[in-house]
Design a protein around this ligand. Sequence first.
Ligand SMILES: Cc1cc2nc3c(=O)[nH]c(=O)nc-3n(C[C@H](O)[C@H](O)[C@H](O)COP(=O)(O)OP(=O)(O)OC[C@H]3O[C@@H](n4cnc5c(N)ncnc54)[C@H](O)[C@@H]3O)c2cc1C
Ligand code: SF4
Length: 509
Amino acid sequence: MKVRNLVLVLGDQLDRRSTALEGFDPAQDAVWMAEVAEEATHVWSHKARIALFLSAMRHHRDWLRQQGYRVLYHALDDPANEGSFASELRRAVRQHQPQKLIVVEPGEWRVRQSLQRTAQQLGIPLEIRPDRHFLISVDEFKQHAAQRKQLRLEFFYREMRRRTGILMEGKQPLGGAWNYDAANRQSFGKQGPGLVPRPIGFTPDPITQEVIRLVESRFPNHPGSLRDFDWAVTPEDAERALNDFIENRLPLFGPYQDAMWTGEPYLYHSRLSSAMNLKLLDPRVVIQKATDALAQGHAPLQSVEGFVRQILGWREYIRGVYWLYMPEYLEHNALNADANLPKFYWTGETDMNCLREVISQTLRYGFAHHIQRLMVTGLYALLLGVQPKQVHQWYLAIYVDAVEWVELPNVYGMSQFADGGLMASKPYVASGKYIQRMSNYCAGCRYKPDKAIGPDACPFTTLYWDFLMRHAATFENHPRLGQQVRNLRRLSELERSAIHQQAARLRWG
Ligand SMILES: Cc1cc2nc3c(=O)[nH]c(=O)nc-3n(C[C@H](O)[C@H](O)[C@H](O)COP(=O)(O)OP(=O)(O)OC[C@H]3O[C@@H](n4cnc5c(N)ncnc54)[C@H](O)[C@@H]3O)c2cc1C
Ligand code: SF4
């Protein structure tokens, strides 16, 4: 059966108001969606990440059909499925001989290349339509970058506030300050977080149950568990998750956004990243509901601003950085990191309590919140000097919200400083004492966060001093890290040499 336009809908483009659907004629056109094994295996994906994509895609397929769209759907368990995006597209084109392919800008560089190459090989025009999900386009971000000597989140974020009028009073930031970071770095203290409202979860429906069975049988050796799978897989679920966050957790999001606690994977975080990344949820709606909560006196400015900055600021900034620098970005390794990722990142089997907690939680849920990713798993890899590509592959595989445009700059720019400062002003380095201050992990650990040498020295602390010694020449005049480097003066030659040897044992086993 021939079609005029074949509208390609990718797994992270489940936007019901997608520009790809504009001008669709059910009598002549068809939507094409494909589940391909390649997407689950090009990094060793967590089972929950695979299940989330497949379930959300199948729900979207059914919604499209209910709306009258003709959908050509290539299921993973279809015996004819050849397992790669390019081969499935070729198969569809052979069968349906479309005159044109239409797609919204793909989120990932690799996918965009593959699509363009395949269309060219097939000799069919490919129309790439703008992605309206984001608040700033890739070209507008490039213009922003062209006007600056250096990219920094803070300048970008202020520009976005001015452009959109969000949290503004005329030309001034609402409340008089652009951010409330200083008030937003609280820990829970010894008494702990108390009863944090449990986020709403979604019991798997028959479609999700079927997908879970498929993932278990098709990818049995992949990391992670599906036992607790309760992610939003439709726009309706996503909206309920958003309302639940605004109602129950947004008011304390600000003060506790950097805090961590044993057995508490979510605390006051929103758990909305995967729904936004699959485009089940529009970031404008998320921001609007948060600012409405401020207007209604339900949540304070320090929380609403802190939350809005993550979405209007970080999320858009990160995407801009990705498209500005890809594909060269992937080749950076500014700190010449050459160690391998420790095997325990895939199992959680380590006697470092913080890492055991965060990795076990990640394997169980496919989720860790920002500070766990940045200041536990990310920090350890940075201090150890793990090759950035290995760190990137782990993060891309292991989180339900992992898509490359957001994962890669977070790993290379923010967490590993592999891009040498293109995106962030300094590497986030700290000793075990930071983790002690922001969590209760150290209380249950056999190591001592204030010790750098000896059998009970905290590996983070040993590696922290070793990192500063190894990179002293690079950072001693750095405006924000210089002081930490100058603190090396406190160490005697003997201590430096002992730290160096202990760090080498951690690095090379
Ligand atoms: C090393 C590392 C890897 C990361 N990988 C990913 C990833 O693959 N996918 C992903 O969506 N986020 C990633 N992040 C960013 C952030 O950790 C997650 O977005 C957040 O933890 C998701 O949980 P949440 O929805 O509860 O977020 P909240 O803390 O409630 O924040 C609200 C929203 O803000 C956005 N946001 C917050 N921080 C960032 C950020 N640094 N960059 C971009 N958006 C942000 C997210 O959309 C998030 O849902 C990574 C961060 C680090 C340090
Ligand atoms: S002592 Fe060190 S290894 Fe142990 S939990 Fe604290 S920071 Fe982690």
